[in-house]
Design a binder for this molecule. Structure first.
Ligand SMILES: [Zn+2]
Length: 269
């Protein structure tokens, strides 16, 4: 079997990586120390900022680490084989906990269990943040993409992400087509990269200048393996979120203006 990839970070293992993906732990033991609570001091545990599904908002979690003895167990950490259990604790409300189970084998780690699931947390986080601008089919398919990726289904999640991405691009076109006098049929005939170039000025600059992202989005499914799709998932999801952030900003501005107009209308000196 080929060597597993290096663990990106403990934060990613807890909040981004799906179950059953195996990672190599770095020789410098930095991540191992976090996992086994060897960076925590008596007063302060290692912490990570993330979304708490119980508070329904971003918060900070304490990571007390997996409990092992500081003698033989820690000294033999490089040869450790164990199913280790860990919980992280919300600093806003102590009873809010996320539990994890890891299969640790000679400096490799695989997440084999988590509650609440990664999908539940990620879906709740997205729903909370973007409910005003992510509706209907876009929401239900974004939701499916997150759930499938959390269960290691790369290709399925990629298909849904791509559908959402294409719809968001099309809705930008629709939003401006009258003002700009654009023609629908000629737009529909364009390739994805040409569509994005066409919408330059009406899409986040980040998207227009990162051509590689949409070349992956428009790659044929037969060219991508399940693993490649899974590796692309976070980038694809964040790309969609960049568009949603812009939509949300616009939405909030409109709401604020509307509220102000209403307040002005009601005001009588
Ligand atoms: Zn909480």
């Amino acid at each position: 079997m080929s060597k597993p990839p290096p663990l990106p970070s403990v934060e990613a293992l807890l909040f981004e990586e799906p179950l059953y993906a195996k990672y190599e732990l770095a020789e410098d033991l930095e991540d191992v120390r976090i996992l086994y609570g060897f960076v925590a001091t008596l007063e302060k545990d290692y912490t990570v900022d993330a979304f708490c599904p119980y508070c329904e908002r971003a918060t900070t979690f304490r990571i007390p680490g997996i409990s092992i003895t500081r003698g033989a167990e820690w000294n033999n950490i490089r040869e450790r084989f164990a199913y280790d259990c860990m919980e992280i604790i919300c600093t806003r409300v102590k009873r809010h906990k996320i539990r994890y189970w890891f299969r640790v084998d000679c400096m490799t780690v695989m997440k084999v269990g988590q509650y609440p699931s990664l999908a539940d947390i990620a879906i709740e986080e997205t729903r909370q943040k973007y409910s005003a601008v992510l509706r209907g089919e876009n929401w239900s398919e974004f939701y499916k993409a997150i759930g499938l990726a959390a269960h290691g289904e790369g290709i399925g999640s990629f298909v849904y992400l791509r559908r959402v991405f294409e719809r968001l691009i099309k809705s930008r076109f629709n939003e401006f087509k009258q003002i700009e006098g654009w023609e629908e049929t000629s737009f529909d005939r364009l390739r994805m990269d040409e569509k994005i170039k066409f919408l330059n000025g009406h899409l986040p600059q980040y998207l227009v200048s990162n051509r590689k992202i949409y070349s992956i989005f428009s790659a044929g499914l037969h060219d991508l393996s399940n693993e490649e799709c899974l590796r692309f998932f976070e980038i694809g999801k964040r790309t969609i979120i960049v568009i949603l952030e812009e939509d949300l900003k616009k939405h909030n501005e409109l709401c604020a203006r509307k509220e102000l107009s209403e307040a002005i209308a009601k005001f009588s000196p």
